[in-house]
Ligand binder design. Structure first.
Ligand SMILES: C[S@@+](CC[C@H](N)C(=O)[O-])C[C@H]1O[C@@H](n2cnc3c(N)ncnc32)[C@H](O)[C@@H]1O
Length: 276
């Protein structure tokens, strides 16, 4: 969203995910960050702390404010430098409300993370996405949070009415769907990922949604120049990057033809975190 404050343009968004790795402790069918496709292809990519710091600098140079920052994966608690990543994010704490670490409840955070969660509880939160028996440490994390006094939210995907209605099948990224122009516009207009702007950064690239990011990283399709920002490409000017950022979510993107979309009311829901 762009608004004006006196003469200055303000670029503010609701949320942005920073994906820090594709390695995971679970093997979920239909994972929205396509971890199974990475596993099948033998591609494991853990972003280095230097790379992530560069991405964080780039994000907060580009945007004036982002309400929620999500640190995601893969499984973020498998990243050896997670504490340094969270600390680095705090450098920009005036430019976001809260940063959340998404975890699947399979791993107990180590002492460094717990100390940091406690110290910066106004700005940091752990979100445990609870997948029933798979998330064997959800209760432990909850208890530690009570003992140490830090901020935890549990999203329960295991109950009969799962959190957010359950998961969605985005379909294979490798398949061109041949939607008509009318149908693809309709899908885009009804897509939660596009409307909410599920902005995601990984490997130096910022995209509107995970399908656009991962489909282009896998080279299933080539996004148009105005559909993503490559933070590590200095041949595109800062002004142009701001222009692209301001335009994200305003029109259909290449990825829509390779995705089922996410219509909150009508998309078929699937069992969350079904293991393969
Ligand atoms: C990809 S996971 C990665 C972080 C962490 N490993 C976890 O499970 O929370 C990030 C978020 O995406 C959600 N998610 C994954 N696949 C999904 C799908 N197909 N539909 C809807 N949400 C999905 C997860 O439940 C979680 O809230």
């Amino acid at each position: 969203m762009i608004s004006t404050n006196d003469d200055k343009l303000i670029l503010r968004e609701r949320q942005l995910g920073i994906q820090i790795l594709n390695k995971c402790s679970l093997n979920c069918k239909l994972c929205a960050t396509y971890t199974q496709e990475y596993k099948r292809s033998g591609i494991e990519y853990i972003s280095s702390i230097d790379e992530i710091m560069r991405e964080i600098d780039a994000v907060f140079t580009l945007y004036d404010f982002i309400d929620d920052i999500t640190v995601t994966g893969g499984e973020p608690l498998l990243h050896k430098d997670l504490d340094r990543i969270l600390l680095y994010l705090l450098k920009y704490q005036n430019q976001y409300n809260v940063s959340r670490v998404f975890t699947n409840g399979t791993i107990i955070p180590d002492k460094n993370i717990i100390d940091m969660m406690k110290k910066f509880q106004a700005k940091l939160q752990i979100v445990v996405n609870h997948y029933g028996k798979l998330s064997k440490h959800t209760e432990d994390i909850k208890n530690i949070s009570i003992e140490y006094g830090f901020n935890v939210r549990i999203n329960d995907y295991s109950k009969e009415n799962p959190y957010s209605g359950g998961w969605v099948d985005f379909g294979p990224l490798s398949e061109y769907r041949s939607y008509t122009d009318m149908d693809v516009i309709k899908q885009f207009n009804n897509c939660h990922e596009a409307n909410w702007k599920c902005l995601i950064v990984y490997k130096g690239q910022l995209h509107l949604c995970p399908a656009s990011l991962h489909g282009s990283l896998f080279k299933h399709f080539k996004p148009k120049e105005d559909e993503f920002i490559d933070f590590f490409d200095n041949s595109v000017s800062f002004e142009k990057k701001r222009q692209i950022a301001a335009g994200l979510g305003k029109k259909v993107i290449t990825a829509c033809q390779y995705c089922n979309g996410f219509d909150i009311k009508n998309s078929r829901r699937v069992v969350p975190a079904e293991q393969v």
